[in-house]
Design a protein around this ligand. Structure first.
Ligand SMILES: [Mg+2]
Length: 328
């Protein structure tokens, strides 16, 4: 019987084992019950393809509020960059109340699964415009922003340090694309010591007068549902992203899916969506829209595991050498 001849059996078994090692996605984090995928096979294929292309072909595009920051901690909501400004140092009690009324009016609209994006869009512009007008009236002081961030209790997701540090070490550009407030966002990542040189930010930036008081917001207003326009208008300016056709995209809103629209000639885009609240109502639309959905996961464990897999050259050569050693 041919199968019992060791010199045939062993090489066949070895080749099969090598093939298995090379094709298997070794990312145990994807098996967690909080991870939902519409097409697991396609996700694995995309990850393999990204790994074969290596770190030099990859860029990461991420939303900030409730994507890189936690949604909640110990049962309390973690503040967004806008909510960090709700501090008596910066704004009055009256302004705080007005902002709360706006939040209670418009946030349910933002996350309402029964309304279309087209229907939400003008209402989001209305919300952001009103918020910015109120903030400008308060003449927020630039020199007090750092203290407000420090006192805010804001928190990046668990595992943020590995996420930012790995991307910096591998010189993979990280584009943070936020409908929040850029000046506050920068201060959050600076205070967490992860504002590395590979980080680019597109957001709403404050314009201060010569005395350091807020007088306007700069440029195109970015809200949750117009990131596509922002992506297209900034694409040309971000030269270091060219020649990186593989994109890992992280977001917590369906509007975040358009953040990669400025990437020309992309090969693979893998999208990861954090589903933070209203899970049952929104689960289906998230599964249909993002490649990977993370349900109530306050960590960056899954993105970190995927990045680790893509950037490790894991060396196919090493695996083959290991089996060759076993053969001898
Ligand atoms: Mg967000």
């Amino acid at each position: 019987m041919i199968y019992h001849i060791p010199w045939i059996h062993t090489p066949v078994r070895t080749v099969l084992a090598i093939w298995n090692q090379l094709t298997k996605t070794e990312i145990p984090e994807l098996a967690k019950c909080s991870v939902l995928m519409r097409e697991r096979g396609r996700v694995e294929e995309t990850i393999h393809s990204m790994q074969r292309a290596g770190a030099g072909s990859l860029q990461v595009i991420s939303d900030f509020d409730m994507t890189l920051t936690r949604f909640a901690h110990n049962g309390r909501r973690v503040p967004t960059t806008h909510n960090i400004l709700i501090n008596r140092l910066l704004i009055s009690e009256d302004c705080t109340q007005k902002l709360k009324v706006l939040l209670n009016t418009y946030y349910p609209i933002e996350i309402d699964p029964s309304r279309s994006v087209e229907e939400k869009l003008p209402l989001m512009v209305e919300w952001w415009t009103k918020v910015h007008e109120l903030l400008i009236q308060q003449r927020i002081r630039k020199d007090l922003l750092a203290q407000a961030v420090n006192e805010s209790g804001t928190m990046l997701r668990d595992g943020y340090k590995s996420f930012f540090d790995r991307l910096a070490e591998q010189q993979i550009p990280l584009l943070i694309f936020s409908a929040g407030v850029g000046d506050v966002l920068e201060e959050v990542i600076r205070q967490n010591q992860v504002f590395h040189p590979n980080v680019n930010i597109i957001s709403n930036y404050m314009d201060f007068d010569p005395t350091g008081a807020l007088q306007a917001f700069k440029g195109l207003l970015i809200h949750t549902f117009n990131k596509r326009e922002g992506a297209l208008s900034h694409a040309a300016g971000l030269k270091n992203l060219q020649g990186r056709p593989n994109v890992l995209l992280l977001g917590d809103s369906l509007g975040d899916l358009t953040m990669a629209d400025g990437v020309s000639e992309h090969q693979n885009i893998l999208t990861i969506g954090f589903l933070n609240d209203q899970v049952e109502e929104r689960k289906e639309s998230y599964i249909n829209s993002f490649d990977i959905v993370l349900v109530k996961d306050e960590t960056l464990d899954v993105p970190n595991a995927i990045l680790s897999y893509i950037t490790s050259s894991r060396d196919k050569k090493n695996i083959i050498m290991q089996y060759e050693d076993e053969l001898l």
